[in-house]
Design a binder for this molecule. Structure first.
Ligand code: INI
Length: 161
């Protein structure tokens, strides 16, 4: 029997791309800061000259899947992270943006075999979004951790092949 688990301490071989939505950047910028802080504390080079980390900005959460797909297909990354914030109060088409974003991101992950972390907050209000992006806790940090776990887990499974 094999038991596969991701680790958080062997990040040296991982290349990661983060795709961030500009819409609600008050929130997504904070998610990105939390995410980068987590990655840096686990040994990922997050400097501007890093060859381990790239960041791509898209207009809104609706555009996350297509850019994530292009990055995943490039073969340059072991894991990708998407960051967005869709706030019900801001848009009558909340459900459309959330559905397209989540379905699109999930299908990129399955089609390419590259794990993609779903870091899109869906809240009723800006206050709730900010609470999850640093006022109370910062989910960006958790998304960073989940990326490290998934990158490491996929590598462990590949090594057993
Ligand atoms: N994009 C978001 O990421 N969050 C939102 O809350 C949002 N609202 O409220 O509309 C939003 N809309 C933009 C959308 O993601 C696309 O960028 C736009 O429709 C252009 O395709």
């Amino acid at each position: 029997m094999a038991t596969f688990e991701g680790r958080f301490t062997d990040a040296s071989g991982l290349r990661i791309a983060v795709v961030v939505a500009r819409f609600n950047d008050l929130v997504t910028g904070k998610l990105l800061s939390g995410c980068l802080d987590c990655l840096a504390r686990h040994g990922i080079d997050t400097s501007s000259s890093s060859s381990q980390l790239d960041v791509a900005w898209v207009p809104g959460s609706f555009e996350l899947p297509i850019v994530t797909q292009q990055l995943a297909r490039s073969g340059r990354y072991e894991v990708l992270i998407t960051l967005g914030a869709v706030i019900r109060g801001d848009t009558p088409h909340f459900d459309v943006v959330v559905a397209e974003s989540s379905k699109g991101i999930a299908s990129v992950s399955r089609e390419t075999g590259v794990p993609v972390i779903f870091g899109v907050l869906t809240t009723d209000t800006m206050q709730q979004a900010l609470e999850r992006a640093g006022i109370k806790s910062n989910l960006g940090w958790s998304y960073g951790l989940q990326a490290l776990e998934m990158g490491s887990l996929m590598a462990a499974i590949a090594r057993a092949d």
